[in-house]
Design a protein around this ligand. Sequence first.
Ligand code: HEC
Length: 167
Amino acid sequence: MKALALLVLFTAPALASDNSAAERNAVVLSPAQTKFILRCGGCHGTLGASPPLSVPQLRGLAGWFLCTPDAREYVVRLPNVSRAQLSDADLAQVMNFVTFDLGGASTPPATVRFTAAEVAAIRTRPLNVLPLNAYRRQIVTGLIRRCGAPASLRDYGKANAVTIAAR
Ligand code: HEC
């Protein structure tokens, strides 16, 4: 019994210091990143980088969608976004993370951030257009023509069309 008690006494501080070392090196996620990983990261990748032909890449690109009013609405009206299990305030926070942080240089200068009120108003009108790809292509063509977005933004829809045609 005595031996066991001593063992506990001597090993407990050692374990505690091991834990704190691990905690010091742990990756710290912001609340927005955590929500993005939980609700969106399964498809878009934890860093917004996904196989671009299966799911559109958000990293370095998502900011372009803030360039025109209809594209800004499109990203919130997407079924996976408007119906996400997030409050309006949390969804606004996630959309700002996606478009400003993941979007990086693609976000036009002087762009206004999403607010809970804006997101609340837009998400009452989830997209129900079919095929969604065709609607996305229309939005993306506007971004390429009017905002100078890269032509590669079109690639996601094209790849899907080819896959569907090949089946
Ligand atoms: C089930 C997989 C899935 C989930 C979950 C998901 N998305 Fe998406 N997302 C897609 C697909 C696929 C598209 C392309 C449009 C479409 O076909 O729906 C897309 C498009 C987008 C776009 C527009 C990019 C473009 O190039 O068209 C944004 C921005 C976006 N998603 C953000 C989010 C956010 C934020 C969440 C979480 C709240 C989320 N997505 C959850 C699959 C998903």
